[in-house]
Design a binder for this molecule. Structure first.
Ligand code: AR6
Length: 176
């Protein structure tokens, strides 16, 4: 199992799955969501619209999968992080569910490599230290509890800014 922290743009990663920090509408937005839809092209939005028509979008903490369109990846998993509300609306539970449901869906599609952005730490204003802790601890939890059936062998945390990069490197040290 390889777990890496990389500073950069997630749309450039050559992995099986790129994770998107989407919103419940699945219709795109700003931040990493906007970047993924711009770089991946219209096929991603077309599949998002189909999912939206079938199941009415995606709830906070849930995850759905589409093609990656023109991106150098096979799939995009769209998960909806919580908006930070001071910590009184179970935002931590919702963020944990984003990682749990994304890993379960990725494993269902037998993916080997996956790249995550730091979900909710941009427009949704989730505190970065707690978000990094949740990303790393839920990853460790997933790996430990799915030893037999896990297909994922390479996990990348893609940090856009230096603060997130340092936080992830620090948190990972506790698990290595
Ligand atoms: N590659 C990697 N990380 C990125 C990139 C990129 N190209 N661009 C931004 N980030 P955000 P959220 C980082 O705001 O907080 C959208 O409008 C960014 O620095 O993209 O979950 C959706 O449609 C931050 O650390 O997502 C929703 O409405 C992290 O990605 C809403 O924003 C997440 O920032 C979701 O907000």
């Amino acid at each position: 199992m390889s777990i890496q922290v990389v500073q950069g743009d997630i749309t450039k990663r050559t992995v099986d799955v790129i994770v998107n920090a989407a919103n419940s509408s699945l219709l795109g937005g700003g931040g990493v969501d906007g970047a993924i839809h711009r770089a991946g092209g219209k096929e991603i939005l077309e599949e998002c619209v189909k999912i939206r028509n079938q199941q009415g979008g995606c709830q906070v903490g849930e995850a759905v999968i589409t093609t990656a369109g023109q991106l150098p990846a096979s799939y995009v998993i769209h998960t909806v992080g919580p908006v930070w509300n001071g910590g009184v609306k179970e935002e931590d539970v919702h963020l944990k569910n984003c990682y749990r449901n994304t890993y379960l869906l990725a494993n269902k599609y037998k993916v080997v490599s996956i790249a995550f952005p730091s979900i909710s730490t941009g427009i949704y204003k989730f505190p970065k230290p707690l978000a990094a802790e949740i990303a790393v601890s839920e990853t460790a939890r997933y790996v430990e509890t799915h030893l037999l059936e896990n297909t994922i062998k390479k996990i990348e945390f893609i940090c856009f800014d230096e603060e997130n990069y340092s936080l992830y490197v620090e948190r990972l040290k506790c698990y290595l």
